[in-house]
Design a protein around this ligand. Sequence first.
Ligand SMILES: O=C(O)c1ccccc1NCC(=O)[C@H](O)[C@H](O)COP(=O)(O)O
Length: 209
Amino acid sequence: MRVKVCGMTQIEQVDQLQGLGVSFAGFIFYPRSPRYVLRYLTTNDLKKENNINKVGVFVNSGAEEVLQMVDECRLHMVQLHGDETPRYCEKIADYVSVVKAFRLSDNDSIEWMVKPYLDVCDMFLFDTMGVGYGGTGKKFDWNVLKDQNIGKPYFLSGGIEPGDEAALNEFASHPEAKGLFAIDINSKFETSPGVKDLQKVKKFIEGLK
Ligand SMILES: O=C(O)c1ccccc1NCC(=O)[C@H](O)[C@H](O)COP(=O)(O)O
């Protein structure tokens, strides 16, 4: 199973991710996050080739700002984690792969939520609804994704933690969980916001099928 580690702020840690079997590194470009990457790294630091797919996470930023960061930091993908409209996503998707994040609460109609975005995004990400836009450490019930006509590959996110490996393997093995593309981990693998415990990441990946 592919893994994305989100909220990276330390370049030495980014350099180690690929060796652990991580496929994507996420960088938060949201100034109100404790993991706001530009508080720790420069765009020149981010521009470096680290042999890992770099995902920029944005929350309701102007399209020009997003595209400027894509260019300056050589991002491979952007993850839109706010209230971005389909039209906005379409504009960004002309230049770079777009992952639209949806924060789920109980009883949301997922098919209805994603439908307007199907033609203008490359992938989706499902996170938990909470105070703030992301990195809440809260889980949602993954079963709500089963048997849904999601229509795009998706990242599974929201409070995923060490010890979840067996449940994730079980979820991924279900034919009804179709479309699962990667697991997104963040705050539950930190020693402090933005600083990851790479031993925990390693052990977690070893437990995934
Ligand atoms: O991590 C943040 O601080 C953050 C802030 C604003 C928007 C998105 C943010 N994180 C995005 C992610 O992709 C996280 O991995 C996702 O929300 C899950 O985080 P967690 O619940 O801590 O596992």
